[in-house]
Design a protein around this ligand. Sequence first.
Ligand code: ADP
Ligand code: MG
Length: 268
Amino acid sequence: MDTLVDNIIAEASGKEANIKMRCRDVSVFYAEKQALNEVNLDIKPKQVTALIGPSGCGKSTFLRCLNRMNDTIDICRVTGEILLDNEDIYDPSIDVVDLRADVGMVFQKPNPFPKSIYENVAYGPRIHGLARGKAELTQIVEKSLKRAGLWEEVKDRLDEPGTGLSGGQQQRLCIARAIAVSPEVILMDEPCSALDPIATAVVEELIDELRQNYTIVIVTHSMQQAARVSQETAFFHLGNIVETGSTDEIFTNPKDPRTESYITGRIG
Ligand SMILES: Nc1ncnc2c1ncn2[C@@H]1O[C@H](COP(=O)(O)OP(=O)(O)O)[C@@H](O)[C@H]1O
Ligand SMILES: [Mg+2]
């Protein structure tokens, strides 16, 4: 009974216990062209949510709304509401640099800075003032590289350029860089699409481990990957979210015929 009352109060205040990010009626326009049409999605904490759907349906556009990366695109306009822990991330009082530390991003193509492995990871904590002195900074670098599953491979060559690593290692370095500023949510836009199958398997395993500590939202064009790494799935189609639910449900018992066509390979 108490839980019911709590839930009603929570619902009334828009604060639901099991929601990390709440997206309401989110529309995105590039100049006159509408790319997302009033989409709604609740992102659960410490779960992997996969965004799937045909090319051009708005997955990356939506992902970029979650840490205001669309702000960097001049012609782009976002409407609707997105809350992180019940706080409106589009509120004028929000510092977007801090927001992007809380909601980190890993891109399709690994993009380490042209600096050492150490510096790639140390840069964020340094500019955010997260370490008091060199020893603490080094601890953050080590912990982040460990969490990204890269430490053993690089611990003896931290001063070598990040760009000298293999593609899979570079992507894990980018994940370590995101982790270093203590994010709560990590966004990944097709993080394995430039990787070979072995490096992909390593990153997928890592994503599964990361959900112990982080909320993850991943865009993928691979149905197999969505099924392997995610607990929740949202299916996008022509700028709409057609269906959301547990990954198991979406893949075994899709409710919308468009979802079914996509996952069985008839559209895409
Ligand atoms: N920077 C941009 N400027 C103009 N249109 C864009 C831009 N980025 C994406 N779009 C358009 O928005 C729509 C959704 O694109 P996108 O979010 O990249 O889809 P997806 O990631 O699902 O392939 C497409 O029609 C695309 O052409
Ligand atoms: Mg995309």
